[in-house]
Structures are given as C-alpha cells and as structure tokens.
Ligand binder design. Structure first.
Ligand code: C2O
Ligand code: CU
Ligand code: CU
Length: 523
C-alpha cells in the first residue's frame, strides 16, 4: 500500500486530473480502454443503497436466503440492460451478521447455468467456502452454515465457478457481507444498526459507537465496478484485453452518475472494488484527506488520514469523510502508478480520472462526535510466529509455472498456521493475490518494509510488476484434507485463465496428505 500513499504522487495526479465532473463518465482516457456506444451524458441519480438482506432465527442460527437469477436493469435513460443479481436485477442485498453468530445461507440458482457463491474474506470450513468445488446446479439450492469467528470487517460474496467467474460477476452477481463485532463497530445484534425499527426484534447497541454505523444514512456501501455499454444498452462482454474486461462507465451500487444526499457531517464509506481488472485510487476532489479506518478484513488501530486509497480488484477499504454543510465534494478515482511497464497503464485504465460519487451535504448537518483516538482492533500476527515461508511466482496466467488444476493440491497448510507468503510478480503486468480462509498483513511491499504501525488487515494484496510483496498470513482452524481453498489473482480474467492454485488445511503434524483429490476434484 505504501506506493499509494506518497504525497508527491497524489499532488501530481490531482494537477494532471483536474477537470470538470462529468456525471460518472470518463473525464480523460486513452484509446486503449474500450469505449461505450455514444449517448447523451447521464443525468445524476441518487446512489442506490443495496437493501439489507432479511434474516430469520431458526434454532439459534441466523438464516438468509439468496437466489441468483437473470433480470433487467435500467442503468441508462431509454435503455434496458440484461443483468444477473441475487434477488435484485443487479448486485445483491447486504448480508450482516455479528461475530460469534451462527449463520446459514440458502442459495438458490435460478440461472441457466451452474454457479457458486463464495464468501470473500470469510474464515470458514472449506466445504462452505463456495469456491469452484461447491457448484450449484440450475434449480438447486446450496445451504452452507458456519460460525462467524472474525472481527468487524467489510466482506463480500460473488460467484467462483472455475473458468467463468469474470462473466458471472460482470453480469452483476456481487454483494456485501458486513461483520459486526461486539467489541467493535455497530456493536449490536441489530443487523440494521438502526436500533428502533429492527425487524428481527433484537436489542440495539449500548453505549456510543466510535464509527458511523447507520446503514444507508451515515454508513454507506460503495461497490464500484466498470462496464462498457453497447448501442442497445447491453454490457459489452466481448472486448477483453490482457487484463480482462475494462470499462469506461462506472456503476456504483448499480447507479451510473450517482450522488449521495448526506445529512450528517461525517460519513463512512465502505469501498469495494468489484471490477474485473480496473484499479481505483480514491481521493476527495477538495484534496482533503480520507480518513482510513478499515481495510479488507479488519479495522485499523486508529483512524489514519491518507491522501488517497488504492484498491485493486477484490480489495476493500472503509474511510470517513467529514463534510461541510451545503458544500458538495466528489469522491474521485485518480490516475494510478501501478508500476505497470510498457503501456499497461493505458490498457488497464490507470491513466483515467473518474468521478465515483458526488456527495451533496444538506444545508444543516447532524454534528459528528470527535474522531476516536483508537479503534477496536485486533493486533496483527507476530512475524516471529511464522513457521513457513512459501514463494509464489506470478507470471502470465500461471502461479509457480502452473495453471489451476481442480484435482491438484498445490499446498498443504497446518490449521491455524502463521506463514509468510512471498509473492513475486515476474510479469510486466499488474496482478494481485487473494488467499481464501486467511487474514494477514503486508510486511514488505515493492522492496520496502512496512512498519508495524502501518500494517493493516488484508486478504487481497497488490503485487506490482517485477516486485515482491511479503505477506504474513494467519490461516483458519477448520481442517478438511479433501476439500481445497483457493488462492488466485483477483483480476478475474486471470483467475479464469488459470492463475489460481489450491491448498488444503490439515491438522498440524499430518503426514501423507493426498496431493490428488478423489474424483478428479469435481465436487
Ligand atoms: Cu473474491 Cu477466490 O475470490
Ligand atoms: Cu475469496
Ligand atoms: Cu493477474
């Protein structure tokens, strides 16, 4: 992350990117990203807020229902777009549960093809993970169940069928899964965080909350994706470059050219990069800092003002924005130094300046308490506790020279292990690496040590071209020698092309763990 936080780079980019907001469309771009069919500029619309998924209590388990199905969306005036969603035409409701709770999700597949539903960032048994080994056939329902055993964080869910993840996610299948922590933010059994009209009838939190936590009021989901629209209003799924599908039009929670009418003087944005390949460097148009409070899988020890936040696909960040009454501000994505060599900046869209979200504060705003000096936070693992160093070489669609094989177990990890994973990008293009069932912290990025005070909780890390990133990972405790978890590049086309490997988690001291999965690894 250090690369993203250089002040000089920020100022240079702000100057280069200074432009007039154009309603969420590309402000500046180079010809290498495919462009949508010409249309009149979009009229700004209120940001859609994905509904909170309702849940019921069955014998102490919080039960959700999701159904993946085709639908039709109206992103653009006068055009309709065929899309997929989970109970919505596009996207999915926000699931919310508290640490310590047992949850079950009934996922029904009403699509014309096999899909899966993966809980990105979740620590859970491999058979519940929703990766390529848990297919849901058309018409079938899959019902994973597990206990939430990790701190407050912004996680998400999306399909993971081997070879088809990019297409399924691109059609719209992605939603947030928020974890609340009794010791952390939104300390409550109330999934809305809104206390009084809680449909579950559960009591609201006691005591002051250190962070804005009223969902859709001052705690705002911001799921950012990019698309190319064809003349008839469809998503263009055909013009793919080496990075995958890169679009010129942003959809934020499924809204083109969104604005947020803010009523409080501080808002919390839960940013998710749900794009196939495009990266975002989020910053305020007024050059005030963003206050970073959380990354992928946990809160920071204390709020940290930063000029900008770089998110590559799959990464999340929680940021606070202080607002002035009546004074609009735009959350933008500025050009990025991805360390990309030989023209990749252009083709992945890293030179673009984009308006992500206009924020329109009311003339009078509900005041915010002073920023908390510290946050409920889990200390990072001790590097001295690492028992193993594993090296992963990232090349063009391979990891350690291999393409994904559903029947091959690449790594065997003892339950609960702390390990150093050394990610070496030997390629000239940007890649990242996401590890299932693991949470960790970056120790070294691009040859520079990341001091303990700067480390944050991650499950997906950027690995710039021709650099090495070392990450200290702590794995889950659920063992299953016959069912693997995945690690992969989260540029979804790369994942589909085979830039993915499999590991099993076994009881410590296990010997002779099978490296070939029974049944060829299908199911
Ligand atoms: Cu978000 Cu294995 O994926
Ligand atoms: Cu994942
Ligand atoms: Cu990649």
């Amino acid at each position: 992350m250090s690369r993203a936080f250089t002040r000089r780079g920020f100022l240079a980019s702000v100057l280069a990117g200074a432009g007039v907001a154009a309603g969420g469309m590309l402000l500046q771009s180079c010809a290498s990203v495919p462009v949508s069919a010409p249309r009149p500029p979009p009229v700004p619309r209120p940001l859609a807020i994905p509904p909170l998924a309702p849940s019921t209590r069955v014998g102490g388990v919080r039960v959700f229902e999701l159904a993946a199905a085709p639908g039709t969306s109206g992103f653009l005036a006068g055009a309709s777009t065929p899309t997929w969603g989970y109970g919505l035409p596009f996207g999915g409701p926000t699931l919310r549960a508290a640490r310590g709770e047992r949850v079950r999700v009934h996922v029904t597949n009403r699509l014309p093809e096999t899909t899966t539903t993966h809980w990105h960032g979740m620590t859970l048994p491999a058979a519940m993970d929703g990766g390529p080994h848990q297919p849901i056939e058309p018409g079938a329902t899959w019902s994973p169940e597990w206990t939430i055993e990790q701190p407050a964080a912004t996680l998400w869910y999306h399909p993971h069928p081997h070879g088809h993840t990019e297409r399924h996610v691109h059609r719209g299948l992605a939603g947030l899964f928020l974890i609340d922590d009794a010791t952390g933010n939104a300390a409550t059994d109330d999934p809305t965080g809104n206390a009084t009209d809680d449909p579950t009838g559960n009591a609201a939190a006691d005591g002051p909350d250190p962070l804005p936590h009223r969902y859709g009021v001052d705690d705002i989901p911001v799921v950012v994706t990019d698309r190319v629209f064809t003349a008839d209003g469809s998503f263009d799924e055909t013009r793919r470059n080496a990075h995958g599908l890169v679009g010129d039009t942003l959809l934020v929670n499924g809204t083109v050219a969104p604005y947020l009418a803010a009523t409080t003087s501080r808002i919390r944005l839960r940013l998710l990069n749900a794009s196939s390949a495009r990266c975002y460097r989020f910053a305020r148009s007024d050059e005030r800092p963003l206050v970073l409070v959380g990354t992928d899988s946990g809160l920071l020890p204390a709020p940290r003002p930063v000029p900008d936040v770089l998110l590559t696909p799959g990464e999340r960040a929680e940021v606070l924005l202080d607002l002035d009454p009546g004074r609009p501000v735009v959350l933008r994505s500025l050009p990025q130094d991805l360390g990309a060599v030989s023209g990749n900046e252009r083709t992945i869209g890293a030179l673009d300046t984009l308006d992500v979200l206009q924020i329109r504060p009311a003339a009078e705003l509900e005041p915010a308490p002073a920023l908390p000096g510290s946050l409920p936070h889990e200390p990072g693992p001790d590097p001295a506790a690492a028992t193993t160093v594993r090296r992963f070489e990232l090349r063009n669609n391979t990891i350690n020279g291999e393409k994904m094989d559903m029947a091959r177990v690449d790594e065997v990890v003892p339950a609960g292990a702390t390990e150093i994973w050394e990610l070496v990008n030997l390629h000239s293009r940007p890649h990242n690496l996401h590890v299932h069932d693991a949470r960790g912290q970056v120790l070294e990025a691009d040859g520079r040590a990341v001091g303990p005070e700067l480390r944050t909780w991650k499950d997906t890390v950027y690995v710039p071209p021709r650099t090495t990133t070392r990450v200290l990972l702590r794995f889950g405790r659920h063992t299953d020698p016959g069912t693997p978890y995945m690690y992969h590049c989260h540029l979804l086309y790369h994942e589909d092309q085979g830039m993915m490997g499999q590991f099993v988690v076994v009881p410590p001291g296990s010997t002779e763990v099978p490296r070939v999965l029974a049944g060829g690894g299908h199911g």
